[in-house]
Design a binder for this molecule. Structure first.
Ligand code: NIG
Ligand code: FE
Length: 404
């Protein structure tokens, strides 16, 4: 018989549950904030949430010292299987050169030349970096291999580190196929898909001028769906286009970026709550572009997530807190909306109900801030506020000292 240790985290100043029905929460508050709260975890699960002092007896106790406890961030969009970096490209861009998708090929060359061990170490490094900043679930993609061998090994390596793995063979047309994009789409939907499908849960395509048009994107996503992969789409990042409406048409889990939207795109997202508009402000920050209008999407009734898009080209940040701060400052989100989008919004984009909230039965993924409230994520931008992180009930190594 195994013994599961139970721990109460008590004296929580502000608890964000993302559970509108949370005991002690205010009716109608989707964030389900409870003041002066306690949470009991047992094994890898949350088993009790309520007022401090009312909790059942437990084996251990952790005093949160009046600070804020949130669900771990759910980062539903990243590109961590890569080698090399693109510092020079960033430097040139900040000196006035515009961003184009062409830089992806630089990372493709470096990634192909890297060993499995180098790629795996890179994924582990950035995943660890994210975890130390409160991210307890992270999706990541292939897309810097663009050969059958390199895409399949990228996915296999990603799968050693996370369950949420996305096949992005259709990131850009591989350089060898520059004169024959149709043949590349055939590869991505044929032999490459055969090799990649067993290693992935999702399929993605960069639907954009200079990458794949609407018809090509539909062919890629439909082929993946026929193999059991669920679509997600890089949509409307650099220009208006068919990506968002295609995502809705194919019941994709997310339309990511959503920077350039027509009213019809917004209406389509509003009418399709299962297709989450995933906003990636790190990309606009790092390409010095106009931010997506989160307010417009929220007011229309769309489901919104925030994510980092962590990649070496257009958004080299693993910080969800940074994304929250930018979304509040420049995208019209309230602090509550941004925190919700970065936690339960991400869970929705990954079609998960076991993460992104703190309620009985959820995985014990918890983020203690060195601040009294979640609002400080936007109020104190750039400040490392993570005091402690539990993932699946385990307190991250090296963070016990954070206990007051
Ligand atoms: O999400 N948009 C396409 N893919 C990445 C960019 C990757 C790169 O520039 O290397 C993105 O922004
Ligand atoms: Fe991306």
């Amino acid at each position: 018989m195994t013994t599961r240790t139970s721990t109460v985290i008590t004296h929580i100043g502000t608890l964000v549950t993302n559970d509108g029905d949370a005991a002690g929460g205010s009716p109608g508050d989707p964030l389900g904030v409870v003041e002066d709260a306690a949470v009991v975890i047992e094994g890898d699960r949350v088993v009790w949430v309520g007022a401090a002092g009312k909790e059942p007896a437990t084996d251990a106790r952790y005093d949160a010292g009046g600070r804020a406890l949130l669900p771990g961030f759910v980062d539903s969009h990243s590109h961590l299987v890569f080698a090399g970096d693109r510092t020079q490209e960033f430097h040139a861009r900040m000196s006035g050169r515009p961003y184009s998708a062409g830089g992806i090929r630089t990372t493709v060359a470096a990634t192909r030349a890297a060993t499995d061990a180098e790629l795996s170490a890179n994924v582990a490094r950035y995943l660890g970096e994210a975890l130390r900043q409160g991210t307890t679930t992270l999706e990541t993609k292939s897309g810097y291999g663009l050969t059958t061998h390199d895409e399949a090994r990228s996915l296999r390596i990603a799968g050693e580190h996370t369950d949420e793995v996305t096949y992005l063979g259709a990131h850009v047309v591989a350089p060898e196929f520059a004169d024959d994009p149709a043949a590349y789409v055939e590869l991505v939907t044929g032999e490459m898909l055969d090799a990649c499908a067993p290693h992935a849960r999702w399929i993605d395509v960069f639907c954009e001028r200079g990458a794949f048009d609407g018809d090509q994107a539909r062919a890629v996503l439909s082929a993946g769906a026929a193999r059991g992969l669920i679509p997600r789409v890089h949509a409307n990042q650099l220009s208006h286009g068919p990506g968002v409406r295609l995502a809705v048409e194919l019941d994709a889990a997310s339309a990511d970026h959503c920077t350039h939207l027509t009213d019809a795109d917004v209406d389509a997202l509003a009418s399709a709550p299962a297709t989450v508009a995933t906003l990636l402000p790190g990309a606009e920050f790092s390409t010095r572009a106009v931010y997506p209008d989160a307010r417009r999407l929220l007011d229309a009734g769309a489901t919104v997530a925030l994510s980092t898009d962590c990649n070496p080209g257009s958004s080299f940040t693993s910080s969800m807190a940074f994304c929250v701060a930018v979304a509040v400052r420049d995208m019209g989100m309230t602090p509550d909306e941004a925190v919700y989008a970065a936690t339960y919004g991400g869970a929705r984009a990954l079609r998960r109900t076991d993460i992104g909230r703190i309620s009985p039965g959820a995985r014990a993924d918890l983020h203690l801030l060195d601040a009294p409230s979640h609002v400080h994520l936007a109020y104190r931008p750039g400040v490392p506020l993570t005091a402690a992180v539990w993932r699946g009930g385990l307190l991250l190594d090296g963070q016990a000292a954070a206990q007051p």
